[in-house]
Design a protein around this ligand. Sequence first.
Ligand SMILES: [Zn+2]
Ligand SMILES: [Zn+2]
Length: 294
Amino acid sequence: MPTEPIITIEQIRNAAQRLSQLRSAYAQMLSFYGNVFILQEKAKGDIDLEPIQLTPEWQASQQQKNMPLLGVSDFTVDAQVGKQLLYQLCELIESHETDMQASAQAVSMAVAQGKLQSEILFENLLKGNDRFFETSATDTGADKNALAFVAYNSMVPSLELCAGQLSYYLDTAAVWQKGYCPICGSIAGLAVLGEDGKRELVCSFCHHRWRAPRIFCAFCENTQTTQLHYFFAEKEKDLRVDVCDHCQQYIKTVDGRVASRPIYPPLELVASLHLDIIAADKGFKGAVPLNIQS
Ligand SMILES: [Zn+2]
Ligand SMILES: [Zn+2]
């Protein structure tokens, strides 16, 4: 199957349906997350952001040092669209049987009443201000993780568009030899093997996909073949877990050469939670907090 990035709502819907047929235990979660991702894709059409401009000197110096173009806090978010999406996501959560129902209601109400400003919420998420989330969760009566989930997912369309724009500053055909996103510096959340066997990593924050070496730990940059292994779950040759004996961390990989479905990384992350459990049982740590609410 082609592993080119999925870009239309219809493709997301199709990917969610195919995955649900394949792994029926995830049907309910996939229906929920499919709707989250569709709302995000729809919101992109309304986003109005100034392009982030980088000087050629900055670009050259970052490239020379193998450093990312920017930091997470440099991203820009369309606060208006983010706020609308926040309301839509809260409404969606409230209509699904999830642990976040009460929190979603509390967040939505706090924003509507002006007790919580969505713009400030987004700003603090970009700054990684954990304290702000703790205080806001207490003040609004929402669960802190649920608040972060809603805030982050409301920003995703802006983040993806920023990453897309910034990717023009990169040589995307080149293999990036570092274990972090060449755009924002965050760690990879998922790996995808293309039909041609080329390996891509997907950023856990801005969702940028970049070419990575095949034999390479995405976290500690280890290239020792004797220390890098992978395992499959029974009957799932399209999914595997790559593990590193050096740093004891793992990354899930979708093998596009075997998968007979369109691959949408955010959905693949959801429909493979059983592999996180197996990896943890084997003593490996996930580098990225899952931030998936069930
Ligand atoms: Zn990134
Ligand atoms: Zn490692």
